[in-house]
Design a protein around this ligand. Structure first.
Ligand SMILES: *Cc1c(COP(=O)(O)O)cnc(C)c1O
Length: 354
């Protein structure tokens, strides 16, 4: 327990309003979808609220069937949880014993480390490549008899980068049988380039891997908490033994099912994000920053100055971003892409500060 650093979330809007006596605060720090929940999800969630006194369906059949249809897998190959965070922790809790090694690159999503430590496992971290991409060669070189799980965050948080399709395929193929690869694809819905492969594609090709996804980012339900894993029945069996029966609440499940049907909403969000990404990249480059090409709804930006200082200057003016100092990048910030108005506000505030 002593080794586990508590998770530090991005500052809340309420806390910043109070601290700096501001009426308006913009948070571009947690990679949320700024359009709010889809209209169809809102309607479905309002309906579900009326049954709030009834326990939800423990096996979340409606959502698993919907996802199974969408990804052409069996419903038994889908496991839902209270956010991807919960799913990550369940996978690690069910597979890791004392002394087992869990491999991943750093910096990345912090849950792989904390859940491993909690189980008495050994987190083994290797740096990202110079292009801040998950280093599959380095991971492969670190595999030992004790390695049990390898997490590949693809695209990676906080860098927004994605591994090349052929390299990932080869990696999954070459990993020894005693190791299971877990792909954390929290941002995969934003990726539409040619050269990438998803965990679900690889699963269809017969590789026994685990893919973890979420409704928090692209599908705009971060406050509701729904995530899921797709894997073989055999892989999910031990995980399901320890999954709390009512991990997904009724309102969240209704919202998730309805969002999957709201193509108009998700396409609008996708376009907004693409336009915002181009705009912010162009404007921040003009300000002298270096923006790492991103496959997600956030940007990893080299601001060429103290990231904490810039974070503080933005905070005072009511804009919250994420300094990457804690990840070992003292001159980088992670900025979530917002609506046109929000992106304009960010750029104007940066201009004022600089
Ligand atoms: C946001 C995020 C998660 C967690 O998502 P929740 O479903 O909100 O718990 C997991 N992995 C990565 C890489 C993330 O960025």
């Amino acid at each position: 327990m002593q080794e586990i650093a508590p998770y530090v979330p991005g500052k809340s809007i309420e806390a910043v309003k109070k601290e700096y006596k501001l009426d308006e605060v913009l948070r571009l720090a947690s990679n949320e979808n700024q359009l709010g929940p889809s209209p169809k999800a809102q309607e479905a969630m309002q309906q579900a609220l009326l049954d709030g006194h009834l326990y939800p369906d423990a096996s979340t059949t409606a959502l698993r069937e919907k996802l199974a249809e969408l990804y052409e897998v069996r419903p038994e190959q889908v496991m839902t949880g209270n956010g991807a965070d919960n799913v990550i922790s369940l996978v690690i809790s069910s597979y890791i014993n004392e002394g087992d090694e869990v491999l991943y690159c750093s910096p990345t999503f912090p849950a792989y480390c904390s859940s491993t430590l909690l189980m008495g496992g050994t987190p083994v971290e290797v740096p990202l490549t110079d292009e801040v991409i998950f280093d599959l060669d380095a991971l492969q070189a670190k595999i030992t008899d004790k390695t049990k799980l390898i997490f590949v965050c693809n695209p990676n948080n906080p860098t927004g980068t994605i591994v090349e399709a052929e390299r990932l395929k080869q990696f999954v193929k070459e990993v020894p049988d005693h190791v299971t690869v877990v792909l954390d694809e929290a941002y995969i819905e934003y990726v539409r380039e040619e050269s990438y492969v998803t965990g679900i594609d690889l699963f269809h090709e017969g590789y026994d891997i685990i893919t973890i996804r979420t409704f928090s980012k692209f599908y705009s339900l971060a406050g509701l908490r729904v995530g899921y894993a797709i894997a073989s029945e055999a892989i999910l069996e031990p995980v399901l033994r320890i999954r709390e029966p009512f991990a997904c609440n009724r309102i969240a499940v209704a919202g998730a099912v309805a969002t999957l049907d709201d193509i108009e909403f998700t396409e609008e969000h996708f376009k907004m994000n693409e336009v915002g990404k181009q705009f912010l990249t162009k404007e921040m480059t003009k300000l002298g920053f270096t923006v790492i090409p991103s496959a997600t709804n956030f940007l990893f930006v080299d601001v060429k100055r103290d990231a904490n200082q810039l974070f503080g200057d933005l905070l005072q003016r009511g804009v919250i971003v994420r300094p990457c100092t804690g990840w070992g990048y003292g001159e980088h910030v992670r900025i979530s892409i917002g609506t046109k108005e929000q992106n304009d506000l960010l750029i104007n505030t940066l201009k004022t500060i600089l």
